[in-house]
Write a protein that binds this ligand. Sequence first.
Ligand code: A3P
Length: 292
Amino acid sequence: NQSGGETSDYKLVPLRGFNLISGIHNPEAVDKIQNFEIRDSDVFVITYPKSGTIWLQQILSLIEVKGDVTATRDQLNSDRIPWIELVESEKQFDSAPSPRIRVSHLAYKFMPLQLKQKKGKVIYVARNPKDALVSYYHFHKYANMLETPKDFDSFFEKFMEGNVYGNCWFEHVKGWYSHKDEMNFLYITYEDMIKDLRSVVEKIISFLERDLTTQQLNDVVEHSTFKNMKTNPQANYQQVPVILLNHQLGAFLRKGTVGDWKNYFTVAQNERFDKVYQQKMKDVPLSFKWDM
Ligand code: A3P
């Protein structure tokens, strides 16, 4: 998938209006997630793609071992905290030991209905959509399961149309956020994590009712920095098979900053984006940092 054309064997297939990736997701299995029996100890981290999922996998892995990074060496974080929409059947989920911590990009409508009975916990991580778009653009260039964009402009259009896995950023955030009061729900942002990782980690620890000493908290933060994750093979997704990610063309831990969109958006694209943003988010009490 390097030629810039439609060479990928994988393609987007809609399930109830939400794009899944054929060959990666099993639509029937995804549609059964709603019926999963939820335990109070379950934790779901929900993100629109490229909003820091991998970051939360590292943070939560470390919180569970009280900051002891050596205790995470035996397993990739993506196995420790797997994707609920990848392979997991109801039977596997039922037999998994507690606490079951999972990540997902799915829209609200696919989530276990019991979350609405305030069972389990949901952490929603949002990132400003301009940076998510740029990060997703790069991801499409090195992920073999996604169509390589011809150029940034064509990817910009795709993103605006929601013609990507995860669909429309606006609908994803609004879909989850508008139901927050029905669930045990913590909302955090990528930009707050960049600004003050320690206080976001403290918030997560308190939301999950875990108990860590100051030293253990320091350790979680230390091992969750961009620099340390980039060189940590359990945390950097370098072990993902080349059939899925062409590691010569990119990296999951790519840049890790706020405001990279300024290096890509034209003035016209930015104006157009702002207009759409204002219209779609007018009734949503959320704000984002676009630069730092
Ligand atoms: P960039 O491509 O902008 O660098 P996801 O896991 O949801 O796909 O998100 C990946 C994005 O989160 C990438 O953004 C990646 O660099 C960023 N990220 C992951 N860990 C990070 C960290 N410790 N600090 C800053 N950014 C991080």
